[in-house]
Design a protein around this ligand. Structure first.
Ligand code: ADP
Ligand code: MG
Length: 225
C-alpha cells in the first residue's frame, strides 16, 4: 500500500509576465510506513511539492493521491477534513500559538476534531511525554527553547493520529545538536506510531535516518540510484 502516489505534478507560479516553473512533471510513490527525505537546494521546489501533497495548493497538472484519496480532486470541506484528520504538519518556524501553553497548543488540534475533554487531556499527556516534555506542559512557547518548541509542534502534529506527517525543514532554525535530537524523534515516531513521513531537509542527520531520499533539482526529481 502506498501512502503517497504523485503522477506528473507540475506547478507554475505567475507574477505579471514572469513564470516560474516550480515543479516539472514530478512523479514518485511513498510506501506506507516509510520515512522519506526530500532534499534539494533552496528554490528547487521542496515547499511547493509538500504544499501539493498536503492539499495547501493545487498543481497546474498532474495528480496526487494520499492514503487512497485524490487530493487534487477534493473540494474545500473534504480537504479541510483530510488536513485535520489524516495529515500532520510541522514547519521550520514551529507555528505555535504564543498565548497558549505547550499542552494547550497540542490540545487545539484535538478540539478541532471535537475530541471529548477527558480524552483530550489524556492524549495531550501521552503526546508530551512521547516528545520528552512531560514536565513542561504549562510553559508558553517563549519559555521554551527552539528545540522544545519544535517538540511541541511535533506533538501537535501527531495529536489526531495522522497517517502522513509532512515536515518542511523542521530543523532549519535549530543548532546541529538540537537538530539531531529532533530528527531522531521524527525517526522514532515514524517507527512507534506507524506513521509515514515526508520531510524536506538538508540535514545530513535526517538523510542518514531516512528509508529513502528524493532529490529535487530546479523543480525536477533527480533519478534515484
Ligand atoms: N508564491 C510564489 N509565487 C511565485 N513564485 C514562487 C512562490 N513560491 C515559490 N516560488 C518560486 O518557486 C520556486 C520553488 O520554490 P520553493 O518550493 O519554495 O523551493 P524550496 O522550498 O526548495 O526552497 C522558487 O523559484 C521560488 O522562488
Ligand atoms: Mg522551502
Amino acid at each position: 500500500m502506498n501512502a503517497i502516489v504523485a503522477e506528473g505534478l507540475s506547478k507554475i507560479y505567475r507574477s505579471g509576465s514572469v513564470e516560474v516553473h516550480a515543479l516539472k512533471d514530478v512523479s514518485f510513490t511513498v510506501p506506507t510506513g516509510q520515512l522519506v527525505a526530500l532534499k534539494g537546494r533552496s528554490g528547487s521546489g521542496k515547499t511547493t511539492l509538500l504544499n501539493l501533497v498536503g492539499g495547501l495548493d493545487s498543481p497546474e497538472s498532474g495528480t496526487v493521491r494520499v492514503i487512497g484519496q485524490e487530493v487534487t480532486a477534493l473540494g474545500d470541506d473534504d480537504l479541510l477534513r483530510m488536513r485535520r484528520e489524516t495529515l500532520g504538519f510541522v514547519f521550520q518556524s514551529f507555528g505555535l500559538i504564543p498565548v497558549l501553553s505547550a499542552a494547550e497548543n497540542v490540545e487545539v488540534s484535538l478540539r478541532l476534531t471535537r475530541t471529548a475533554r477527558r480524552e483530550r487531556a489524556e492524549r495531550v499527556r501521552v503526546l508530551l511525554s512521547l516528545v520528552g516534555l512531560a514536565d513542561h506542559a504549562d510553559q508558553r512557547p517563549y519559555e521554551l527553547s527552539g528545540g522544545q518548541q519544535q517538540r511541541v509542534a511535533i506533538a501537535r502534529a501527531l495529536a489526531n493520529r495522522p497517517q502522513l506527517l509532512i515536515a518542511d525543514e523542521p530543523t532549519g532554525q535549530l543548532d546541529s545538536e538540537t537538530a539531531g535530537s529532533i530528527m531522531r524523534l521524527i525517526g522514532a515516531v515514524v517507527r512507534s506510531e506507524g506513521v509515514t513521513a515526508l520531510v524536506a531537509t538538508h540535514d545530513p542527520q535526517l538523510l542518514s535516518l531516512a528509508d529513502r531520499v528524493l532529490e529535487l533539482h530546479d523543480g525536477a526529481l533527480t533519478p534515484e540510484h
